[in-house]
Design a protein around this ligand. Structure first.
Ligand SMILES: [Zn+2]
Length: 247
């Protein structure tokens, strides 16, 4: 392939801009915030589902508390009514004795129910404090996520702005290069880790960093300036400059 020496040199400018764009894209993709956000989102998700489960238990126990409370209240009301009747002294001696017995048994029943209620309240406390722990984790995670997301977005928008400028610069350089040479460069760049053109620096390919063989060096030295040279090792386009060591 033939190309003017100016176009060949432009490839090096293009390569430089492309490398900068690649670097910025790589940086955008590998911001530490990405993995930190993913980790925190996992923490939040598992805490959310744990909280959901504990909340179900909490609601169940709250219903148990309400029921135990209602049961105890019912017995207390009955007890109060009996006490009033007993105090009034009305009724036969047998009735009054019966009332006294009933009052003893009602007192015992109230005590039992209050104990049950207390035991349920303790269980409720456990669930409530567990739920609060998860709520605290979620709130803390949300706060961290907010900071990290803001930091990520700020960096991404700065990087995107820089990439945009570089792409404009790239378009200007690429617009001046002959289509055939540009197409070869793009093809090589795609299959060679983003490097399609490399300068020969002191008889070495700066793409694969291997020295030219003496034969190749001599061949390149003799080649007309508009010959498009290729590295025998990595096949990248080789550009001659004043630093090539071929003169
Ligand atoms: Zn090479």
């Amino acid at each position: 392939m033939k190309a003017t020496p100016e176009d060949q040199l432009r490839l090096l400018d293009l390569q430089k801009v492309d490398a900068e764009i690649d670097l910025l894209n790589h940086r955008a993709k590998n911001l530490p915030e990405h993995s930190q956000i993913t980790e925190l989102e996992a923490v939040k998700q598992s805490s959310d589902s744990e909280l959901g489960l504990v909340s179900i238990d909490e609601a169940d126990v709250k219903r148990e508390v309400a029921k135990a409370d209602a049961d105890a209240e019912q017995v207390r009301t009955r007890k109060t009514r009996d006490e009033v009747r007993l105090a009034s002294g009305q009724g036969s001696a047998k009735d009054l004795e019966h009332l006294q017995h009933e009052l003893v048994s009602l007192s015992r029943r109230v005590n039992d129910l209050e104990e049950i209620e207390l035991e349920i309240m303790m269980r409720l406390d456990e669930f409530t404090s567990k739920a609060n722990e998860y709520r605290a984790i979620i709130a803390d995670t949300d706060a961290k996520l907010e900071v990290l997301t803001a930091s990520r977005d700020k960096q991404l928008s700065e990087l995107a702005a820089n990439v945009k400028n570089l792409k404009e610069e790239r378009a200007m350089i690429a617009g001046k290069i002959a289509a055939e040479l540009l197409a070869l460069y793009e093809k090589l760049r795609a299959s060679n880790e983003g490097v399609g053109a490399a300068a020969i620096v002191r008889k070495r390919c700066s793409g694969c960093h291997l020295d030219l063989t003496a034969i190749d060096a001599e061949k390149f030295k003799q080649a007309p300036v508009d010959d498009v040279l290729r590295c025998e090792e990595c096949r990248r386009i080789l550009i001659r400059t004043v630093d090539s060591g071929l003169i």
